[in-house]
Structures are given as structure tokens and as C-alpha cells.
Ligand binder design. Structure first.
Ligand code: KE4
Length: 426
């Protein structure tokens, strides 16, 4: 009998490319039929066939509180009852800007947009306008959204489908993007020595989450800060995923590095479309209409989306929020490694804040090359083994996983029970 997921997928493919509005949702890397979800609550999702799953995707990061948190839903309902959109300034946008600047001291001024891609695209243009330079530096396997300049050896869906450098990006555009190896300090030194005076910016995921989870090696982020300062290049921390996830103040607080610009998304919208870019006042004042770098958006700072973001940040900054969610995430990772050991499966895992990485490799990878050594086929089998047992992981071996504040011992125990069987079946 055809499940509703299967019939919806067939219908979706009629009018939506591959049946999805974002490639990595299509299950093409892991195989099988993507689940169509109908509702969510706390740590749980229910699909079109009414089956319940423990959710470790959290909409790719935004749902740090868990789904449909009452405070967020009520804030959205109240905002929507007053207006859906003005296309004009509102007090709530000031409140969100003030919250971001308070929680991220490196951010003195911030502009709200509607996605992480808009945030990084705008930050890159701002860095180029501020420095009057064209070259940008990114790292292989890092994903910063789908702006042309950044779809060069990108991570996430681009990596998942083996087309890290997208078609449609003119060679002359890609030529301005230098791609280095994440965690390779020697390459940073050589690149800046060779063309430091032409580099507008370095954009980095301070903790990489789009080639699976890869942590920065000691000295890596420090080296970026030192070389950008010395050569007058803008250091952009893309914290769309890590912001309010790896620490309340983001990876920049955890690692004690002060970037010049920061990009945000996901959590600051609480599930609704909000992105942001911000940083040093002297740079941000180059943005139109104050300065010559143009950037705009019809729904930037949308009152309903901002209400969801504000309600989320209020809870995220509550005392012990980060500590509790970090402990839950660590217990998941420790438990999974214990189950893999019992099943004699070559597996490793790690977490930082409420992000985690699972690897069918003896030790967590520290570079893109080491990520490529992970056994992708085994991940895919494990993914489906967990899905069949009611646990929803990211449908790609090149994505990080996420725990929410709504996950507790019940969910962790159920997940480990499912993993015990899924490891045994590999
Ligand atoms: P969006 O345009 O998707 O809101 O943000 C782009 C982006 C920028 N920077 C980082 C570090 C990101 O992780 C992302 C988006 N993340 C992916 C998942 N790894 C979004 C999922 C998808 O593409 O559907």
C-alpha cells in the first residue's frame, strides 16, 4: 500500500523540482522517500502517515527550544493579530538588534534580513565595499548559503550531491573565491603572504557544521584573526548555525575570537525566516542608506518573524539553558559511542554545545579530507535503521545534528535503544 509520504512525494515532484524546496531535504544522498511532516511538538515530529519521530534535525538548527514552544507560538500569534508586515520600521526590530548586540559583543550594529544566505551574501559585499578589494577566502566543505561567490567547493547540500561548485556560477565570479583547507594554518600564512593586500575578507564557519561537525584546531581561528588584522581583511564568522548553539555568545565567545562581521540565522528566527549580519560600526556604516554598499529586503525585520526570534532568544539566554542542553547532547554522544563499541562498529561522535557529529570512522575528522574517509554507505544504512525505529537524523552524512531543550532522558534512552538495534543490523 502506498504511504501518504510516497503519494505526497509523487505529487510534489509534479510541480516542485525533486519535490522539495531545498535540495538536501530530498533524501537523494541517503536514498528512499523523504518524509512529509504534518505537525511537531517539543522533541517530536509526526509524518503524513501519523508516525512519530524523535527529531535531531530541528529544522537544520532553528528549533533549539524544541518545536511549538508555547512562548514562541503565543508571541507569533500576538504579532500576527496586529500586523503581518509593514515594510516599515518597528520597535520589535530595535529590540532584536539590541539583544543581538548585547549577546555578541563584537556586533556593534546589525541589519536584519530573511535568510542566512542573504546575511552572508550581504556581508561579503560589505567587506568588498569596505576594503575596495575583490578576493574572498572560504574553506572547502564550509557552506555559507547559495550566493554565487560562496558556491565554490561548498558543503551541505552542494557537498551531499557531489557538486560543491555549482553550475551557473560564472568562472570569472568563482575566480575571486580562494578555497583553503579548514584547519590548515600553513595555507593561511602562504595565501596572505602571496595576496594579502587583495583579500577583502575571510568567511569561515568557526565550528564547521556543513561537512558534518568539524571543530577548529587550536590556533586556526587565531591565525585567521591575526592575518586579517595584519592585512586589513575583514574576518567574517558565519554563525548562522553556531550562533546561540555552541554557546550563548556563539563560537566567538567560546573561542575568544572577535570577528569584524558576524552572520546569523536559524535560532534568531525561532523557526521563522530571520537572518542578520552585523559587526564593527565603522564597517556597518558603509551599508545603504548610510554608505555606498547597497542591501535591501521587502520582509527584512518582519514583525511576526522577529517576534518568534525575540521569544526564542529570551529563553535561550535564561540561566543554565546552555548548560542543560549541552549535557543532554553529551549524553547522547556518549551513549551512541558506547552502543557502537558493544556492536563492534567502527564509529565515533562528538558534540559542542547542542550540535553533534556522528562518524563511521574511528575518530572524529579534523579536516575535509578526513570527513571524506567516513563510511558514507554505513551512515546511510544507519540513518534508515534509525528512521525505521522512530529517530530522525539529518538525511546526509555531511550535516551536523541538533538537540533541543525539549529533549530529555526519555528521548535519549529511546534513541540509544534504537541505535543498539541499528548498529547491530549494520
Ligand atoms: P539559509 O539561506 O539556508 O537560511 O542559510 C544558509 C547558511 C549559511 N551559513 C551556514 C553556516 C549554514 O549552515 C546555512 C544553511 N544550513 C543548511 C544546513 N546545513 C540549510 C539546510 C538547507 O540548505 O536546506
Amino acid at each position: 500500500m502506498t504511504s501518504r509520504n510516497e503519494s505526497l512525494f509523487a505529487r510534489a515532484r509534479e510541480h516542485i523540482p525533486a519535490g522539495v524546496n531545498s535540495p538536501v531535504r530530498a533524501f537523494r544522498a541517503v536514498g528512499g522517500t523523504p518524509l512529509f511532516f504534518e505537525r511537531a511538538s517539543g522533541p517530536y515530529l509526526w509524518d503524513a502517515d501519523g508516525k512519530r519521530y524523535i527529531d535531531y534535525l530541528g529544522s537544520w538548527g532553528p528549533m533549539v527550544l524544541g518545536h511549538t514552544h508555547v512562548d514562541v507560538v503565543e508571541a507569533v500569534q500576538a504579532a500576527a493579530a496586529k500586523a503581518l508586515s509593514f515594510g516599515a520600521p518597528t520597535e520589535s526590530e530595535i529590540e532584536l538588534a539590541e539583544a543581538i548586540c548585547r549577546l555578541l559583543p563584537s556586533v556593534e550594529m546589525v541589519r536584519l534580513v530573511s535568510s542566512g544566505t542573504e546575511a552572508t551574501m550581504s556581508a561579503i559585499r560589505l567587506a568588498r565595499g569596505h576594503t575596495a578589494r575583490s578576493l574572498i577566502v572560504k574553506f572547502e566543505g564550509c557552506y555559507h548559503g547559495h550566493a554565487d561567490s560562496l558556491l565554490v567547493k561548498a558543503g551541505s547540500g552542494a557537498l551531499t550531491f557531489g557538486n560543491p561548485s555549482s553550475a551557473g556560477v560564472p568562472p570569472e565570479t568563482a575566480a575571486h573565491t580562494l578555497v583553503l583547507d579548514f584547519n590548515n594554518i600553513d595555507q593561511i600564512e602562504k595565501t596572505f603572504a602571496a595576496c594579502g593586500a587583495q583579500i577583502a575578507c575571510v568567511i569561515v564557519e568557526p565550528v564547521a557544521g556543513n561537512m558534518n561537525l568539524v571543530l577548529p584546531k587550536p590556533g586556526f581561528l587565531e591565525s585567521l584573526r591575526e592575518h586579517c588584522t595584519r592585512h586589513g581583511a575583514v574576518l567574517i564568522f558565519d554563525e548562522v548555525m553556531t550562533g546561540f548553539r555552541v554557546a550563548l555568545g556563539g563560537a566567538q565567545a567560546r573561542y575568544g575570537i572577535r570577528p569584524d562581521l558576524t552572520t546569523l540565522g536559524k535560532v534568531i528566527g525561532g523557526g521563522l525566516p530571520v537572518g542578520a549580519f552585523g559587526g564593527k560600526r565603522e564597517i556597518m556604516e558603509k551599508i545603504a542608506p548610510l554608505g555606498p554598499v547597497y542591501q535591501a529586503g521587502t520582509l527584512s525585520g518582519n514583525p511576526v518573524a522577529v517576534a518568534a526570534g525575540l521569544a526564542t532568544l529570551r529563553l535561550v539566554e535564561e540561566k543554565d539553558f546552555q548548560l542543560k542542553i549541552e549535557k543532554t547532547t553529551q549524553s547522547l554522544v556518549d551513549g551512541l559511542m558506547a552502543e557502537a563499541r558493544k556492536a563492534k562498529v567502527i564509529f565515533s561522535a562528538q558534540s559542542i554545545g547542542s550540535m553533534f557529529g556522528l562518524y563511521f570512522r574511528a575518530a572524529p575528522p579534523t579536516s575535509f579530507a578526513e570527513v571524506m574517509q567516513c563510511d558514507k554507505d554505513r551512515f546511510n544504512k544507519f540513518f534508515h535503521g534509525m528512521l525505521a525505529r522512530g529517530v530522525y537524523l539529518a538525511p546526509s552524512a555531511y550535516e551536523a545534528g541538533f538537540v533541543s531543550a525539549a529533549h530529555g532522558p526519555t528521548e535519549i534512552d529511546a534513541t540509544l535503544a534504537a541505535a543498539r538495534e541499528a548498529f547491530a543490523a549494520l
